[in-house]
Design a protein around this ligand. Structure first.
Ligand code: DQA
Length: 147
């Protein structure tokens, strides 16, 4: 199966951005680890990052018929974007929501997730490892869904 690993705004700054909150691993390293771990699960991994809400929506639309699963860290759009939620619901591709930090233990503005309403589930608080846990979750889900 082919999986899209999609990262939203400011995640291009991983490694240097508030390392006490998000860790010191760069996005390039996260993507590399996703590809390596994905390979062990039989996944082809495509990675994409954008700071633009519309570009993220376009990427979700373009995933239809191409990718069988989506891992999404929508950054701050998580807490604001009904449009991203609608896009995920529209394409009907199983998605796992990821956050490096535990959004529920942070400011109240981060406690709501529109993405959660459209995702299989949410993994947050485990740093960069969360992306790999999300791949495991997708693998289990797709296995279960297979005839
Ligand atoms: C984040 C959490 C969001 O609240 C924040 O806006 C981010 C990163 C995370 O991975 O912990 O940009 O999605």
């Amino acid at each position: 199966a082919s999986i899209l690993v999609l990262n939203g705004p400011n995640l291009n700054l991983l490694g240097t951005r508030q390392p006490e909150v998000y860790g010191s691993v760069t996005l390039a390293m996260v993507e590399q680890e996703c590809k390596a771990h994905g390979a062990t699960l039989g996944f082809d991994i495509e990675c994409l990052q954008s700071n633009h809400e519309g570009a993220l929506i376009d990427a979700i639309h373009a995933a239809k018929g191409v990718h069988q699963g989506i891992i999404l860290n929508a950054g701050a759009y998580t807490h604001t974007s009904i449009a991203l939620m609608d896009a995920l619901i529209s394409v009907e591709i199983p998605a796992v929501e990821v956050h490096l930090s535990n959004i529920h233990a942070r400011e109240t503005c981060r406690h709501t997730s529109y993405i959660a309403k459209a995702a299989l589930g949410q993994i947050c608080g485990f740093g960069a490892k969360g992306y790999l846990l999300a791949l495991d979750a997708l693998a289990a889900h797709l296995d279960e869904a297979a005839p």
